[in-house]
Ligand binder design. Sequence first.
Ligand code: ZN
Length: 186
Amino acid sequence: MAEAKLYCRRCRHFSPANSSACSNCGASDGLEPFRLEGKKSDGRFVRVWWPTLENTDDAKVAAYLGAGYALFIGSVSTILAISNITGITHNWMGFGVLDCFVGVFYLVCAFFIFRMSRLAALLALVLYMGIKALLLNAGAATGGNVVSWILFGLFLVNGVRGTYTYHDFVAGSVETDNESEQGRVE
Ligand SMILES: [Zn+2]
């Protein structure tokens, strides 16, 4: 029989369902039931830019924001680059061979972020920041650019948050499962 678990909001540790305090940090006011694939809290407004991550569903949504944006960057870069390279368009927005590689890289990242890969989420964010840093350094940025970079960059940050939190939740859940299975005869 699967036991419900309690999740500690303070230290993110999992305790058995009948615990009155967290078995890790001892806090008694941070425990709440944990739903591995649970439904969303009623009436909670899902914020696009910084969703709260309370269960694996939330974590997946955040990860999908990152994956979706990586997919967008990947598609646009690849299509515009190929269009310029093949001569359909003429150096439109300056997309070239390098952008084609970047685009394909983002498409690969998007695929793996959709599958909850922390590494892919991290690489997508690091490359994004690197490219923006180069543009800043080259003086190719206005204030408006920078604001939109940060805003859209948050999608990729959420990708990192989502994939890492997802694995934290799943690992914590598995750990608690194993603990509760000790002393139980199959
Ligand atoms: Zn705790």
